[in-house]
Design a protein around this ligand. Structure first.
Ligand code: ADP
Ligand code: MG
Length: 700
């Protein structure tokens, strides 16, 4: 591979701050920045000049089209390309782009999931430019990050609530900062995210032979391979040449798009990998995570690979998650989750920590629903992923401090420990004050919280919207209490101690993967929402509606629409998976087994023709097992089809979702178990699909 000049290519396809500074008239640039920083509406003249500069820049970089790039409730991005061309008579065109086109566009709102907010006869919806995230060029198209809302002003996307939550958190966090004297003169607080992205890479030719992977993103059949991840030899293992080439190519594409792709390594399962970018503000980070996922898929294709972003592509093998590393920082660069040298004597930090502890405890259900997807249902509660129970891990030092404060005891100071490797040439380094607890769904990791429930295919927007909102709520409540206090430091410490005492049930430092924890969590009264059908009602729970309405994030109607969209998507996903399964059984698996049974039967007949006394015991036993299983398979298939018909007759969406969870899904699992057993008994040449071993060890 030719060497790349990283600083030169980095951000070369992004209309970022440097480009704007260089290309916009000074006054326009100043006004644009003021609008962004102060959240003001942009004057038309400014938009016009930005549009003009953006177009010139984009055309110089090979763009012929533009699109408002937005994030409807599908969880993916959407784009509708328009070309820059504008006729000027004589059959000639010029490249044109107006301020109006930059600011607003009008896609058909009813064609995106909207939970009954928009029906087809009142389809009007708008996308509007989000100037706080940079425009970029992707495949000759200028992409303008945008929000998406209906004619009547209802939110139809994932970005708008995120932006609103950032504003709400800023407002309440500033009240707390000001209470403590605001020594750095901060004007704003914003949140940051670093999203670690897990994915699988498999051979594209094999991928193309499997209907289940192509239609649903996961294998719906497949017997356990003889070698899975038991030997723990893949994590951080040597990266294979094909994968290395893919990663290099991916990094280069992402760098051009201004994504700080930093770390790439092998993950636990065979064929599983991870990419971590350097963190940035949550709005940009969320947009960039979408770009990362899109780019992974297209780059994989170029290398004849398929990138699987599904949370559980292979049963019995580790699934993929997305770790949401989250912190809040002032515009003067102070990380408000940074404990400092002596956290127990850092009242401002204690207030922020207490706000997170209280918020996570009171809104466990919202955090859970922010990580709910049909794919992630297979992961949460599995033996490798955080369970569906939300709990917090603070680490040894903060954990001990929290416990002591909760009991109003004095806090023992822990000296930072030096890790001594025992090898002289290796310099000793300061140990992290927090140990790692990989099983915790919400872990404090030094100066940030890592929310680990999110699934690999999901948008970062939802969890960050929830995190920012609950932080706003708790900080606001604390500010109300503290603003009248004569000794703010003392009052803050007391408040934190009270919160720790009241909400200690949410803190759990043990192994979250054990059955004992499930029992213990129930005793503590923590919620355990196992599936989408159980999690989505959180959106319409009274306390949550109140929370979101108070901070102007969502109206009740918007929340109801999100609840319905979530459940609808759950039902549709299971429906498609079930149909794919019955088709694969009837068209591929059953015929293959029939053929194999025919061969065995023929073999027995031929032997018998030679001599009645030739032993045929093994063939007969195998044929009997196959026949019994084949009959059972077809019965289970029929049962699944009957369940699907019944499901469609249920009018109430919650009841329908419950039916998919309790009946359809169970029927799918039962049919799969029989098919997987058949796979282990059928000769390889007859089996219609590549096996788990073929898929998981396909890339060299
Ligand atoms: P690990 O999870 O393996 O310990 P790191 O702690 O280095 O790895 O970082 C994981 C992710 O967290 C990276 O994407 C990193 O940029 C991000 N991150 C680090 N610090 C912060 C922070 N203050 N706020 C948000 N994300 C952060
Ligand atoms: Mg991590």
């Amino acid at each position: 591979m030719a060497t790349v000049n990283v600083p030169e290519i980095f951000g070369s396809l992004v209309f970022n701050d440097d480009v704007m500074k260089e290309r916009l008239p000074k006054q326009t640039y100043k006004e644009l920045k003021a609008c962004i920083n102060e959240g003001r509406t942009m004057p038309v003249e400014v938009a016009q000049q930005v549009a003009s500069a953006m177009k010139t820049w984009a055309v110089q970089h090979g763009a012929t089209h533009f699109t408002h790039w937005f994030q409807p409730m599908t969880g993916f991005t959407a784009e509708k390309h328009d070309s820059f061309i504008s006729p000027v008579g004589d059959g000639k065109v010029i490249m044109d782009f107006s301020g109006k086109e930059l600011i607003r566009s009008e896609p058909d709102a009813s064609s995106f999931p909207n939970g009954g907010i928009r029906s087809t006869f009142e389809a009007r919806g708008y996308t509007a430019w989000d100037p706080t995230s940079y425009a970029f060029i992707k495949e000759n198209t200028l992409c303008i990050p945008s929000v998406f809302y209906s004619y009547t002003g209802q939110v139809l996307d994932k970005k708008t609530p995120l932006l609103r939550s950032i504003q709400a958190m800023d407002k309440e966090a500033m009240r707390i900062i000001n209470l403590f004297g605001n020594p750095t003169g901060a004007k704003h607080v914003s949140s940051s995210v670093g999203g670690e992205q897990e994915y699988f890479l498999i051979d594209r030719d094999l991928y193309n032979t499997r209907e289940d992977l192509k239609l649903t993103g996961r294998t719906l059949f497949g017997a356990k391979p003889p070698k899975g991840q038991e030997k723990e030899d893949h994590y951080f293992g040597v990266i294979k040449p094909t994968v290395k080439e893919f990663m290099e190519d991916l990094d280069e594409e992402l760098w051009k798009l201004g994504v700080y792709s930093k770390t790439e390594h092998n993950e636990v399962a065979p064929s599983q990998h991870e990419l971590a970018p350097i963190y940035c503000d949550t709005n940009l980070g969320t947009d960039q995570n979408q770009l990362i996922m899109e780019t992974m898929k297209t780059v994989a294709q170029r290398h004849n690979l398929a990138c699987l972003l599904h949370e559980k592509p292979f049963a019995g093998v580790n699934g993929s998650g997305k770790h949401n590393n989250w912190s809040v920082t002032t515009d003067t660069g102070v990380n408000l989750f940074s404990p400092g040298k002596d956290p127990a004597d850092n009242p401002q930090f204690l207030v922020f920590l207490a706000a997170v502890v209280k918020g996570v405890d009171e809104y466990q259900d919202l955090l859970r629903v922010s990580a709910a997807s049909p794919g992630n249902d297979h992961r949460l509660g599995g033996s490798e992923a955080p369970p569906a129970i939300v709990s917090m891990y603070l680490g040894d030092e903060l954990g001990a401090m929290e416990e002591a404060l909760a009991k109003h005891e004095t806090v023992e100071k822990t000296k930072s420990q030096i890790a001594d490797t025992g090898v002289e040439v290796i310099p000793n380094f300061k140990k992290d004050t927090t140990d790692r607890n990989r099983t915790s769904p919400f872990a404090f990791t030094g100066n940030k919280f890592e929310f680990r429930m999110l699934g690999s295919a999901m948008s970062l927007a939802d969890p960050n919207t929830v995190l920012n909102t609950i932080l706003a709520e708790e900080l606001g409540e604390f500010a109300d209490k503290l603003e009248g206090a004569s000794d703010v430091d003392k009052a803050a410490k007391e408040l934190a101690a009270d919160v720790f005492a009241k909400h200690s049930r949410i803190i759990f430092n043990g192994d979250g993967y054990t059955d004992e924890w499930v029992v213990e969590a129930e005793k503590r009264g923590l919620s355990n929402l196992r599936t989408c059908a159980d999690a989505y009602p959180a959106y319409i729970a009274d306390k949550n509606v109140k929370l979101f309405e108070k901070h102007n994030i969502f109206s009740k109607e918007e929340l109801t629409s999100r609840y319905e969209i979530g459940l609808e998507n759950y039902c549709k996903t299971l429906h498609i998976e079930a149909l794919t399964m019955t088709e694969m059984v009837k068209k591929d698996i059953y015929p293959a087994v029939l053929e194999y049974m025919g061969t065995i039967a023929e073999n027995i007949t031929k032997k018998k023709a030679i001599s009645d006394t030739l032993p045929c015991e093994s063939e007969t036993t195998l044929l009997t097992s196959l026949s019994t299983l084949a009959d059972s398979l077809m019965k289970k298939c029929e049962a699944l089809e009957t369940a699907l018909v019944s499901a469609e007759d249920i009018a109430d969406i919650q009841e329908q979702a419950n039916f998919y969870r309790d009946t359809v899904f169970v029927a799918m699992q039962e049919m799969r178990a029989v098919a997987d057993e058949l796979e282990t008994l059928t000769a390889k040449d007859y089996w219609p699909f590549p096996t788990y071993s073929d898929l998981l060890y396909s890339v060299v």
